[in-house]
Design a protein around this ligand. Structure first.
Ligand SMILES: [Zn+2]
Length: 176
């Protein structure tokens, strides 16, 4: 089992290599594995793609944007878009879990799933619930406390009642 510290070290090492030149206001494009080296060997990532891990990650593109936000999967071609500011300033555990979450969406994309189906609210969308479930499972495997996992799920863009619905859907117990 990959310890949390090792994962964090890996993530940190990747992040230190990122082209974060403040003069470069454009977006940076590259190969996912070029920046997140070794992610194709992370157990949680192999758990997502199975035998296709090397193939899919080897072809996956990543885009670093100066726009604010976190990260998401581009619904046209399935590449991952990540905010440079988030990578610089975000909590490293959140970033790692977000990467796992987004890679889960990459898998869904290649299965032909609709990632941003407007029929559903964010917290009710099956693709989100599945991605969060997998991410919570990884968070527990890493040894994060339930409190830290709740903190991870309670993002600024979902209100309290949506947070409770999402937590219930992914098997995280709410405490007052
Ligand atoms: Zn998502």
């Amino acid at each position: 089992m990959l310890s949390l510290e090792l994962v964090m070290l890996k993530v940190q090492r990747k992040l230190s290599k990122l082209p974060l030149n403040p003069l470069n206001m454009g977006n940076t494009h590259g190969q996912f594995l070029e920046y997140f080296k070794g992610f194709d060997t992370v157990e949680a990532v192999r758990g997502i793609f199975g035998a296709k891990t090397s193939d899919i990650l080897g072809n996956l593109k990543v885009e670093f944007t100066w726009l604010k936000g976190y990260m998401y999967v581009n619904s046209k071609d399935g590449h991952i878009v990540i905010s440079k500011a988030y990578l610089q300033k975000g909590d490293k555990i959140d970033i790692y879990l977000d990467l796992i979450h987004e890679l889960y969406h990459v898998k869904q994309f290649f299965e032909g799933r609709e990632l941003f189906d407007p029929k559903y609210k964010y917290v009710d969308r099956p693709t989100e619930i599945e991605a969060y479930r997998y991410t919570v499972q990884e968070a527990r495997r890493l040894g994060l406390t339930e409190d830290r996992i709740r903190q991870y799920l309670k993002t600024e863009w979902i209100n309290n009642s949506d947070f409770k619905r999402l937590a219930a859907s992914v098997g995280v117990i709410i405490v007052k």
